[in-house]
Write a protein that binds this ligand. Sequence first.
Ligand code: NAD
Length: 290
Amino acid sequence: MKIGFIGLGNMGAPMAQNLVAAGHQVTGFDTATPMPEGVNAATSAANAAKGQDVVITMLPNGAILRAVADEIIPAMAPGAGFVDCSTVDVESARAVAAQAEAASLLPVDAPVSGGVGGAAAGTLTFMAGGSEEAFAKAQPLFDIMGQKAVHCGASGNGQAAKICNNMILGVTMIATCEAFALADKLGLDRQAMFDVVSTSSGYSWTMNAYCPAPGVGPKSPADNDYQPGFAADLMLKDLRLSQQAAEAVDADTPMGQAAAALYAQFVEDEDGAGRDFSAMLPRFESRTRS
Ligand code: NAD
């Protein structure tokens, strides 16, 4: 296929390279980052999008996605796929999809989980929203860049799935970290804590697969001085998107709200910026109840 790729940062560059490696012809545009090897450089987003079978975007937020969409939609041919893999607010995803459909394009919102490692290895999970036809058009590319793509329903549902998942993840990470810090103060050995919880009803992905305690459980960012991994800043972004969505549909999400407030404090007022989101554990360790 002929593919346009807009936004070739930490995630976009390795994703685009996997498409090149699979034999696709990829033309890219980024306002700051140089093109990775094998990707042809376009002089604008519109030029990167023009005449392509599918255009993929991997951008920082909804406002930038909307601005890029305004520029590329008029340049794209009817029937082309528009696959947005960025994590953005549900409203922006639905607005951009409506605009693309009005121009006879096939839009899919398809945020990912798996991080930079998954992008490089081609093992991302895609959560997709859009019509059957649009999903089918994007599917072969999901198969190259990822290991799984779930069609979650209409436009915006991919973003909805992503922020609900990450709201659970943020809340669960906090719960796991505060329990470890409590266990420390109660004199419980961390390995014993892991051995019990990972096989008991408190188990979770954060405990079993991404344990925030160094030297315990499988290798995780905790074993690498809390270098991300998944940065606390990105968790804060996703928790804020979850609360923005909850506000828009009047959903009561007290735990998500508390998690967003705690990550905001950690990233903006304390030393959490640039650290893995599991660094909540040393944070709790260093604190008292008051
Ligand atoms: P990044 O900042 O490394 O990349 C974004 C790129 O977009 C940058 O290279 C930037 O120059 C470019 N850009 C900004 N405005 C542009 C414009 N108008 N036109 C063209 N290019 C423009 O971010 P990232 O880590 O690659 O994340 C991209 C998206 O993926 C975000 O929405 C993020 O939330 C999501 N995401 C990231 C991770 C992760 O672990 N990094 C995991 C899952 C999802």
